[in-house]
Design a binder for this molecule. Structure first.
Ligand SMILES: [Zn+2]
Length: 187
């Protein structure tokens, strides 16, 4: 992996030194429409989900295994999600084997498209949440592209199946953490 930004100053790198690129969000949205036209909705959605999963699992390995507490995990997730331009995490919960994340201004949502738009984010969150165990279900319950103000994601996590980077560094918290008010969750 090329990481020598000092040797090649035109390389854009992330905080780990890995070469990165920046896309306009509209490119992703157009790509979604394009592969839907070519492959059909189901295949296109799955491809985007898997791309997100790859991104999320990479981030989990690089960053989230280092978190010492669950609170630290959510703080980092929210910050990285914003810093990468995906949108704003307005609330998150993790109770038992279910996690929910609510996002405003998803970069992938666009009104007027058929179905939900944020399959890549479903995968991204599923990859990140795999620090808790194997994510067996990843749903976007509502999407801004369907006229809702917020995108709302729900994940089922099989805590018995640990991820492939060793045991969780913390025990799962039974408490609920909200960033902004609970009322946002149902909008
Ligand atoms: Zn969405």
């Amino acid at each position: 992996m090329a990481s020598g930004s000092s040797e090649k100053p035109w390389f854009l790198t992330d905080e780990t030194g890995a070469r990165s690129v920046v896309f306009r969000a509209i490119i992703f949205r157009e790509y979604h429409k394009d592969i839907t036209n070519i492959l059909g909705e189901r295949a296109a959605d799955e491809i985007l989900y898997r791309l997100g999963l790859k991104l999320g699992k990479t981030a989990r390995r690089l960053y989230f295994n280092l978190n010492r507490t669950e609170t630290e995990f959510w703080t980092d997730l929210t910050a990285k999600f914003q810093a990468r331009g995906w949108g704003n995490v307005v609330s998150h919960t993790h109770v038992g084997n279910v996690a929910e994340i609510v996002v405003e201004d998803s970069a992938l949502a666009e009104e007027g498209v058929a179905g939900n738009a944020c399959h890549l984010l479903r995968g991204l969150f599923a990859g990140w949440l795999s620090v808790f165990g194997k994510v067996t279900e990843a749903k976007e319950l509502q999407c801004k592209s369907q006229g809702y103000r917020l995108c709302r994601f729900q994940f089922t996590i099989n805590n018995a199946e640990k991820h492939d980077y060793g045991l969780m560094p913390w025990t799962q918290s039974p408490t609920i953490t909200y960033l902004p008010p609970l009322s946002l969750r149902s909008e």
